[in-house]
Design a protein around this ligand. Structure first.
Ligand code: PMP
Length: 394
């Protein structure tokens, strides 16, 4: 049943069906786009393309309305329980979104002696901006401590118990990652709220979760204050992303509302992408990509030539694990004898497009890895074929 559902969806990606010999396995870097998104871009550019937030004629007014509708669409997609109080700010992606929060919001909300917890072993986009904010504040004589969000040794989930023990009266902010871009683990971020209490703002890097799994904000779901994601990883155009900010804690938005020209085409593509994802079913997309990743790790874990990184607790078919500890659609590995970049070239000679480098990961382990990342258009056949090629190299 899931396979039939997937076949129908895969057919809607022209770049995928147009290249039968190639398997795109790099969706954690950016996603492919369904026909509905391409159509929405074409429709926008051939009907009402104009600048937003200005103008006295219908195209400009319609573009402005389209941008406002898309803000609301983002809130709905994230399951925002209080959309009249939250705000959505469009960005070029997660990197820019996190930087805006660090520069425009964090630097105006910290005082001398405050501390923040941020991830030291996740994507650099979720560490560098906080360090830059710390340096900006230091130049003004405001000293802020930047501390590592603790992680558990075997699962690489955040260690919420250790965090609860470290949090103090001067803890003012926590940045976390929803799904790890190398290990593929869902990082148990639901538990951070209980660890830090109700008043500490939490910022979530959702680059690898929005578009891949259901997102439900609010108490009982993700009780966070900022969600930052990349539209281009969620089937929309490159150069597209957003910040969602809860209520009054929103980052300072551009004064006056519309001083610059927003990426209207990207925003139109994001609205179409979110419609497409909702219709496809984020739950089923997550089930599909988790199943493919599990199948791949099951094939590889008996091959001693390969080291599979992170998230060991969620390997295999251990259904007793809570769903938040499941591996999502990302599998990173190293061959013990073949350098990762060479392995990347070998795999491409067989038609597999994977990422093979150090993946912008913060922290000590910056050796290159091969990352296989999946989306709804990938198939069991692609994964089996990949596992077969990897087995011949072991
Ligand atoms: N955070 C995470 C977890 C990511 O995986 C990525 C993309 N690799 C980013 C941030 C940066 O996203 P973007 O390139 O869209 O700015």
């Amino acid at each position: 049943e899931l396979a039939g559902w997937q076949r129908d969806l895969r057919r809607q990606f022209p770049i995928v069906t147009g290249h039968p010999g190639l398997a795109y396995l790099d969706s954690a870097a950016t996603s492919q786009k369904p026909q509905a998104v391409l159509d929405a871009v074409h429709a926008y550019l051939t009907t009402t393309n104009a600048n937003a937030g200005r103008g006295t004629y219908p195209w400009a007014n319609e573009t402005t309305r389209m941008v406002e509708r898309t803000r609301r669409r983002v809130k709905d997609f994230l399951g925002d329980p209080d959309p009249d109080r939250s705000s959505v700010h469009f960005t070029s992606g997660t990197t820019e979104g996190l930087r805006i929060i660090a520069r425009d919001w964090l630097t105006t909300h910290l005082a001398d002696g405050d501390e923040i917890f941020v991830p030291f072993t996740d994507h650099r986009a979720n560490l560098d901006p906080w360090r830059e904010a710390q340096a900006l504040l230091a130049a003004r004589g405001v000293r802020v401590q930047v501390r590592a969000l603790p992680v558990q040794a075997e699962s690489f989930d955040y260690d919420h118990r250790a965090l609860a023990a470290l949090v103090g009266p001067r803890t003012r902010f926590v940045a976390a990652t929803h799904v790890h871009h190398v290990y593929g683990g869902d990082m148990n971020v639901q538990r951070i709220r209980a660890a830090v209490g109700p008043d500490v703002p939490i910022c979530l890097d959702a680059a690898q979760s929005v578009g891949h799994q259901p997102i439900r904000l609010g108490p009982g779901g993700l009780d966070v204050d900022f969600v930052v994601f990349s539209g281009h990883k969620a089937l929309a155009l490159p150069g597209t992303g957003a910040i969602w900010a809860r209520g009054a804690r929103g980052p300072a938005l551009r004064p006056g509302g519309w001083p610059g020209t927003p990426n209207t085409v990207g925003i139109a593509s994001l609205a179409a992408a979110l419609d497409w994802l909702d219709a496809a079913g984020p739950e089923r997309i997550a089930d599909w990509t988790t199943a493919l990743a599990t199948r791949l790790t099951d094939r590889l874990r008996h091959l001693p030539a390969y080291e599979i990184l992170g998230c060991q607790a969620s390997l295999g078919a251990d259904t007793a694990l809570p769903p938040q500890q499941r591996r999502r659609g990302i599998v990173s590995l190293r061959h013990r004898g073949i350098p990762s970049d060479d392995l990347g070239f070998v795999l491409f000679s067989h038609g597999f497009m994977v990422r093979a480098d150090s993946l912008c990961q913060s922290g000590a382990d910056d050796r290159a890895v091969v990352r296989v990342s999946l989306h709804v258009y990938n198939t069991e056949e692609e994964v089996e074929r990949l596992a077969g090629v990897l087995a011949t190299l072991s």
